[in-house]
Design a protein. Sequence first.
Length: 203
Amino acid sequence: MKIICIGRNYIAHAKELKNPVPEKPVFFLKPDTALLRSGKPFFYPDFTKELHYETELVLKVCKNGRHIAEDFAHKYYDQIGIGIDFTARDLQGECKRKGLPWEIAKAFDHSAPIGQFIGTDSLPDRNNIRFSLKINGETRQEGNSKDMIFSFDRIISYVSRFITLRIGDYIFTGTPEGVGPVQTGDRFEAFIEGKIMLEFEVK
Ligand code: MG
């Protein structure tokens, strides 16, 4: 199992981090050791002083495939959930400045908490899914899949030109604006269409 993450997929988020709006999807990987199941605590890592949350819709791949045409891409995922793409923003900034890969900032242990998944057939429109994050009961991020620069189908088609998708892989589809710092003691709750799908505490 692997975790594929799309970067800069919402215009307002690309702008808040002063990144250019991409012409092609930007992606990177996290290993299976990055997963953290809902309910388990997340321990603030000692190698960063600027850990950020990024709330993202997550696709669960249900069919093996490569070179998937956009028209058929919807057949390759049948469940959608929500996850946090934890990012050590200070380390990422250093990597960006030096032109180095992002793994130390993005792929560390438990950097990808995920919650429950729901079947795509129970969502009326995949391209209009509301999601949000509350920290300590206060809303910090709100997004909608209709604001993505690259749709789920476009992402699957693009990524599968380079990397074979396998059953059980996860695809994080990018964060809307409103990313910010994490503090020890924070309680995370993430929602799809107002329904709680993920919760955990930072220790
Ligand atoms: Mg992200």
